[in-house]
Design a protein around this ligand. Sequence first.
Ligand code: ADP
Ligand code: TYD
Length: 208
Amino acid sequence: MTAPLFITLEGIDGSGKSTQARLLAQALRDAGVAVTLTREPGGSPGAEAIRALLLTGDTGRWSPETEILLFFAARRDHLERVIRPALVAGQVVICDRFTDSTRMYQGATRGDLRGKVDALHDLMIGTDPDLTLIIDMDPALALARGLARAGAEQRFEDMGLPFQQKVRAGYLELARAEPARCTVIDGARPEADVAADIAGRVLARLDQ
Ligand code: ADP
Ligand code: TYD
C-alpha cells in the first residue's frame, strides 16, 4: 500500500512521454504498486470523443479560445471519472499530459492566453500533480520521431518546428518557476536509460 500520488509527464511531441509513461507504470507494478495509467486529451470515453475533435483536421480548425474550452471539457470528464477515483483508492496515477500542456500549447504559443488557462484550471480542475516529469530534448529530433509515426492525429505536430521550440522553452521556464513540482529529464538518451532515471526518482519519492 502506498499513498496516492499524481504524476504527469510533459514535453514536446515525440519526446517519449507515452513510451516512458508505459515503462514507469510497468516498473511500479513490478514493485507491487497499484497504478492507473492514463493520458490526455482523453483517458475517459467522453474525453476520448473530444480528443478526436481536437487532434484531427486543419491546424486552424478551432480558435485558441475554443480549443482551450474543449481541452478543459475533456479534462473535467477525465478528472471526475478516472483520476479522482484512482487517487481516492490510493493508487499512483500516471497521466501522459495534463494542464501544463494547455498552459504551453494554448496559453503561451497562440496568443497570450496563459491567464485564462490558469483561471480555468483553478475554477474547473483544482487538482495539481504531485510530480511533473518534463521530458526535454531537441525539437528537431523529437519531431522526426513523431512524424515517423505519421497518423491522423497530428494537428499540433503539423504546426512545425518553431512552434515546438516555443513549447520546449515554455516547459523549461515552467521547470524553473516550479522546481518543487517539476523535474526535467533528458529525453535524448536511449529508452532504457531514460526509464531507469525516471523509475529511480519516482521510487525514491514513494519511499519518502
Ligand atoms: P510522445 O508520447 O512524447 O509523443 P512517444 O513515446 O510516442 O513520444 O515516442 C515517439 C517515437 O519515438 C516513438 O516511435 C517511440 O518508439 C520513439 N522513442 C521513444 N523514446 C525514444 C528514445 N529514448 N530513443 C529513440 N526513440 C524513442
Ligand atoms: P499526445 O497524444 O500526447 O501527442 P504526442 O504523442 O505527439 O505528444 O497529444 C496530442 C496533442 O495535443 C499534442 O500535440 C499536444 C496537444 N495538446 C494540447 O495542445 N493541449 C493540451 O492541453 C493537451 C493535453 C494536448
